[in-house]
Design a binder for this molecule. Structure first.
Ligand SMILES: [Zn+2]
Length: 317
């Protein structure tokens, strides 16, 4: 028997599709902050999948992925239910900002409280109203702060159901990424609800490739959960990466990367140059080991210690 869904006072019955809008809080001006939630339910019993984005307001590839899934009605399942939240952090979205009010990171605010900061109230709404309804989810992100991520799923390899969903999604990279305290992913997993984190592209820049890979991965997860019959086959097999490190700048200056993100590099390959702005000096940036360039910092002016390249490894050592 499919139970009825209740989100606050809204009832969503099996077979119903609803576009809902939930009050979260008020800004100092009295302006209301809402969270739009779109729910598609089949009459046939099945699991419930969460598709969320915009936790970081400037990470718009994720927003576009969920928007496309809603617009093309891909969220209406053959069985089970899909809950779509295109923008978790609406204030960050309209401010072109990762953070919420007061510089708070919604994804470091879980489980949140009803009386806390706006970020905490958003987290509380998800923890108390949405997480109890779902079995699993995909949270769509985009590289923050000019970091350009090659499409990748982040999950924990030592949790079998999470790893299985990640393999089904089949992004070009599947990265074992430790759980972060107070994140949605860690909080949900404490209730045995796996949430994949998808990362692709760069904040405030829409990339069709990042969006297409995200939509197609979500469709594969939906097919796996029995929610649809068809899903696109991945163009390339996913490369599993057991760990990753950041290659950081050894001096300040202007950074010129000379590798493509998504490429494989060998130890001591030159992957970038750091110059001064005056034409006097230049140093090379070398890869510290064999690996995959899973992200590049596109910010051309960098300080010593800044992250330049995210390097992923197929092996632990
Ligand atoms: Zn993010």
């Amino acid at each position: 028997m499919n139970r009825e869904f209740k989100i606050r006072d809204e009832i969503i019955l099996p077979g119903e599709t609803k576009h809902l809008d939930f009050f979260i809080s008020r800004l100092p001006t009295g302006t209301v902050i809402n969270m739009p939630v779109i729910v598609g339910r089949s009459k046939r019993q099945g699991p419930t999948l969460l598709l969320s984005a915009g936790m970081h307001g400037d990470e718009i590839n994720g927003v576009e992925i969920v928007r496309r899934i809603v617009k093309e009605r891909l969220f209406v399942p053959k069985r089970g239910s899909v809950i779509c939240i295109p923008i978790v952090n609406t204030l960050g979205f309209i401010n072109f900002s990762r953070e919420n009010s007061g510089g708070k990171d919604v994804n470091r605010s879980f489980p949140g409280t009803q009386t806390g900061s706006l970020a905490s109230q958003i987290a509380y709404f998800l923890s108390s109203e949405i997480l109890p309804l779902i079995d699993c989810g995909i949270d769509f992100h985009t590289g923050g702060n000019r970091i350009n991520n090659f499409p990748q799923i982040r999950t924990v390899f030592n949790h079998a159901p999470s790893l299985e969903l990640a393999r089904v999604f089949s992004a070009p990279y599947t990265l074992n990424a430790p759980l972060r305290d107070k994140s949605l992913r860690k909080h949900a997993l404490s209730f045995e609800k796996p949430i994949l984190v998808y990362e692709a592209g760069e904040s405030m820049r829409l990339r069709k490739h990042s969006v297409d890979v995200g939509v197609n991965g979500a469709l594969r997860v939906m097919k796996h959960l029995g929610m649809r019959d068809e899903a696109p086959t991945p163009r390339i097999p996913s490369t599993s990466l057991k760990k990753s490190v950041w290659v950081r700048a050894k001096r300040s200056g202007m950074h010129h990367s000379v590798v493509r993100y998504g490429s494989e590099v060998s130890v001591n390959d030159v992957i970038g140059h750091i110059t001064d702005p005056y034409g006097k000096s230049q140093i090379v940036v070398k890869s510290p080991s064999n690996g995959h360039i899973i992200a590049i910092n596109n910010l051309p002016i960098i300080n010593r210690g800044d992250a330049l390249f995210h390097l992923g490894f197929e092996n632990d050592d």
